[in-house]
Ligand binder design. Sequence first.
Ligand code: ADP
Ligand code: MG
Length: 439
Amino acid sequence: MENGKKILEKLKNEISQNEYNRYIKNLEFDESSSRSDILIYNAPNILSAKWIQTKYAKKIAHLYEVDSGINAEVIIQVKNAKTKSKAPMKKSIKKDSSSTLLNPSFTFESFVTGNSNELAFNVSLAVAKNPSTQYNPLFIYGGVGLGKTHLMQAVGNYRLNEGDKVIYNTFEQFMNRYIAHIRSNTMDRFRDFYRNCDILLIDDIQFISRKEQTQDEFFHTFNELHSLGKQIVITSDRPPKKIAGLVDRLKSRFEWGMLVSINPPELETKIAIIKKKALLDGIRLDDDVVNFLASNLGNNIREIEGTIIKLNAMSHLLRKPITLEFAKDAVSDYLQDKKENITIDDIIEIVSEELNIKPSDIKSKKRAKKIVEARRIAIYLARNLTPNSMPQIAVYFGMKDHSAISHTMKKIEEILESDENFKVLIEEISNKVETFKTK
Ligand code: ADP
Ligand code: MG
């Protein structure tokens, strides 16, 4: 996690010297408050904190993800805020888990259940108690921030406590290790490493798409462990059959065991999670604030946690209690920041680069098939990634009224439902747009 510091060095290479000196140089990584998936930095004052959050937080998160394979929330707070936002570490884990990269606070006890995640929870617990029996492999899938890594690591922490040798890797880490060993001609060591564990946890396997050689190696690792009766747990943001470019033999292996999904939390579960987080972090939140947060923040629980930490930091800084008013102000700023950042022009620029269509054509009324497609994608992203209303977007693209926009949205959603490759394309472009803006 000292990574948090290292990332600022990397950021240095991506922005101008001037920007670096002005904003990033005085940014301090708050190691004691951070954890592997929430990075907290201290800025010298509230203005620069806000600015850095808006301009650079995403970029930092992106660099961190490239480096560690972990998709983290980045929070910029103010230096002198005497916060107690320290993430709740330890618990009853006896062994030192740092060597396996497990987060010791990801346990079954700290996981809140509801309809959305109950099945995944129960199956994971069964695997932790009796590995390599009924459910092997266990494949957990669901959207970002819904608790996949938490559950997977809860299994890992449980097994670690039982004395098992646990390997936790993101798929990215597995792949990087594989590539490094190929380069140094030490594949026997690579194989020894993976084959000597009792339980293998591979997080975010969706990145396996189209990486043929690594798929091959993973296939062998999988078979070997499985035939030795070792437990394997895998997570992904989608079910195996929707991972584009996943070879059939792996697809069928993944379906051998137990496939279980985690769904977005229902309101009650969100409320329970917020209460639990606040309690663990020693933050006082009244019920009206909890209800407000649960109904106004999205389903990504990592983001919800980030908001609670931020709220707490601001409350200390401004020396104000977290009332409903206070929360509303803080959260609307936060939500605004996240969206206002991106403009329709940015989107057109990226779509134009990705699909090789001129920006002027995207904005024109030309009817050529490729141009129409690019225009529809741009409209779809403009609606989802910017705060513009449908009438505003209509004006921008020179369309008669908002009904044309709403028609386009429906059209794209239809295609997204049925065409997996199109979905991957849209996700890739939208990721580009979101990281582009922080450059
Ligand atoms: P994913 O891997 O699905 O993207 P994570 O497992 O990293 O999501 O979860 C994101 C954050 O939300 C973590 O800090 C995790 O502890 C928390 N979280 C998710 N679901 C729950 C839950 N049901 N109860 C408590 N915390 C949760
Ligand atoms: Mg995860």
